[in-house]
Design a binder for this molecule. Structure first.
Ligand code: MLT
Length: 411
């Protein structure tokens, strides 16, 4: 009989979001009349904007005609799509990239998991606590960790606590590591890194020969001036960082699927015999073998996000979600609940009232307010006592949810 990958058995029973869905569907089955408002998983609620939809349709129409039909595309994405992303998303930040450094994919969740293929299992990894669970679980799956200990940490992984005391900015790893996951604006805490803080990370990575895996999936939600949108805005980052970006939240592509990974040509690792080797080349090899590229209509749609018309429409929706974030943040703060995030990210990270555990608050909120959020402890032990609300929702629902919470906990 074939052996299973035993590493999977080390994982906690279910991935966080399916577990939440399970509890919610149990509740709705038992309470069919309850109007449940879902501010749990960060899934967009607005449809694709007209400019993007038109490009998507045009792409599909081209597939219907032999003269314009597209079969296999480049596994790395079409050059024209990468060039538009470089010109519109990176050049305005002062970041120069080559199309060969931009790999278009079906999303940054997949990329941030798949990237582990090009790193030796012996690499030591540091992740935030709390953290987007994918970074943690995928390292467990490939066998980089031991068992889960009684404190909720996997042996062998290095955790960087993000607490109220340190402003939810991860502390430098407690020991030397090879890979450091950073996510700014942060999921789940909604906090950002200033230019100085990000520079400190780049300096740290260069001094310690570490590579930063920088998840910038929420960069489009930054509202404050001078907060970096890309790690490559920091000098020296090309030699020590890989960046992931996503169209999911930025442009409503959670169901369409498109993202990208940037690997600069300067980024090097060492072989078993100590020679330098390019991670860009390895990722190119990996993608060519395991991935067949994002579909042509989807890349047409993604490129249209950066047309003048497309960006104006997309920006309007981002502003809408960020206005939701403000409503949640201000409404809950007025109810005496301590809130973080929600200014440069579509997530509000709140301290559970009355010192409740995260899951107790989840159950109470669901049962008494019919509102779904995400328990902070699901993102790591330091998330205990916190709770995440997503600003991706319809205004009326968001207002109703805030109202219900205020009625329950308001002073
Ligand atoms: C979240 O809610 O944290 C995200 O939607 C999950 C994801 O992007 O995969």
């Amino acid at each position: 009989m074939a052996r299973i990958n035993d590493n999977y058995l080390k994982l906690q029973a279910g991935y966080l979001f399916p577990e939440i869905s399970r509890r919610v569907s149990e509740f709705t089955q038992a309470n069919p009349d309850a109007t449940v408002i879902r501010l749990g998983i960060g899934d967009v609620t607005k449809p694709l904007v007209p400019a993007v939809l038109k490009a998507f349709h045009d792409g599909v129409d081209e597939m219907a005609d032999a003269a314009t039909f597209h079969g296999y595309g480049p596994e790395q994405g079409y050059d024209w799509c990468a060039q538009i992303i470089i010109d519109k998303a990176y050049k305005p930040l002062g970041v120069e990239l080559k199309t060969s450094e931009v790999f278009i994919s079906d999303g940054s969740k997949c990329d941030s998991a798949n990237i582990l293929d090009i790193f030796d299992i012996s690499n030591k990894v540091a992740i935030g606590d709390p953290v987007y669970p994918v970074y943690n679980d995928t390292n467990v799956m490939v066998g980089r960790s031991g068992e889960l200990n009684s404190k909720g940490y996997y042996e062998g992984l290095v955790y960087m606590p993000c607490t109220e005391e340190n402003g939810f900015n991860p502390e430098f790893p407690s020991e030397k590591v090879d890979l450091i996951y950073l996510c700014f604006p942060n999921n789940p805490t909604g906090t950002v890194a200033t230019r100085e803080q990000l520079k400190a990370w780049v300096d740290y990575a260069r001094e310690n020969d570490s590579i930063i895996l920088f998840d910038a999936a929420y960069e489009a939600f930054i509202t404050e001036e001078d907060i970096p949108h890309s790690i490559y805005e920091i000098e020296g980052a090309r030699e020590c960082a890989i960046e992931f970006r996503s169209f999911s939240k930025t442009a409503g592509f959670t169901g369409v699927r498109c993202g990208l990974t940037v690997i600069p040509e300067e980024l090097m690792g060492t072989t078993a015999t100590g020679e330098k080797y390019s991670f860009n080349k390895l990722w190119n090899r990996r993608q060519s073998t395991k991935f067949n590229g994002v579909s042509y209509p989807v890349q047409k749609a993604a490129a249209a996000v950066y047309s003048d018309e497309g960006w104006a429409q997309v920006k309007e929706i981002i502003d809408y979600y960020m206005a939701n974030a403000q409503i949640i943040r201000e409404g809950l703060t007025a109810a005496g609940i301590t809130c973080y995030g929600g200014i440069n990210a579509p997530y509000i990270w709140l301290k559970t009232p009355e010192g409740m555990t995260s899951w107790d608050f989840f159950d109470k909120l669901l049962n008494e307010c019919f509102v779904v959020g995400t328990p902070g402890s699901g993102f790591g032990p330091s998330g205990e006592g916190y709770f995440r609300l997503s600003a991706f929702g319809d205004r009326e629902n968001v207002e109703t949810a805030v109202q219900r919470i205020r009625e329950k906990w308001g002073k």
